[in-house]
Design a protein around this ligand. Structure first.
Ligand code: GAR
Length: 200
């Protein structure tokens, strides 16, 4: 059984989708071992606590903004919890490079657009949907990909499209894409879990 850590900053609906998929058995071979959030009031932390999932509030600000202390603490917590796989599910911070390097091939991210379009620094949450609407594109979607150093780069695991309607706001588009994310994220995790198990 692989041990999964989910990083989330906000509402935590993708965390909930992972939890439900494990609970109903559609996602298997993996257990939800840890939730990490940079935001102590996040829906993700509240959900984890309510469902008895170990949860940690870890933010660089708690380490006087010292990047090295923060990354060392992250590595320590992940090692203590014997984490095999990291999923960034609405994590609005850049995961330190040393963490990505330590878990190379075992860190994945969900992004609310069709990468490589509408990705990169500053492209998170509603900023992404505003940019899509301003561009006039009629199709957006969600992407799950491996994390490799740069923002939103790395091999794509699953992508699924969503229509963009003429009267969409960033919020209405986010809501539609969020439902797609809940569908593809557990499937992408299963692909990675199966591939790790095949290769170990
Ligand atoms: C999701 O749409 C996710 O793709 C996005 O934040 C939302 C979190 O929703 N992530 C990013 O923008 C990161 N670049 P949730 O908290 O309800 O899961």
């Amino acid at each position: 059984m692989l041990r999964l850590a989910v990083f989330a900053s906000g509402r935590g609906s993708n965390l909930k989708a992972i939890y439900e998929s494990i609970k109903n058995g559609t996602l298997h071979g993996v257990e939800l071992a840890l939730v990490i959030s940079n935001n102590s009031n996040s829906g993700a932390i509240v959900f984890a606590q309510a469902n008895h999932i170990p949860a940690r509030h870890l933010s660089q600000l708690k380490y006087a903004n010292d990047a090295v202390s923060f990354q060392n603490e992250l590595l320590k917590v992940l090692a203590e919890e014997q984490i095999d796989l990291v999923v960034l599910a609405g994590y609005m911070k850049k995961l330190p490079d040393v963490v990505v390097g330590t878990y190379r091939g075992r860190v994945i991210n969900i992004h609310p657009a069709l990468l490589p379009a509408f990705g990169g620094a500053g492209m998170f949450g509603l900023h992404v949907h505003n940019a899509v609407i301003e561009s006039g594109k009629k199709i957006s979607g969600a992407t799950v990909h491996f994390v490799e150093g740069e923002y939103d780069s790395g091999k794509i695991i699953i992508q699924e499209t969503c229509p963009v309607f003429n009267d969409d706001t960033a919020e209405s588009l986010a809501e539609r894409i969020n439902r797609t994310e809940h569908n593809i994220l557990p499937k992408a995790i299963q692909i990675v879990v199966d591939s790790i198990e095949e290769n170990t």
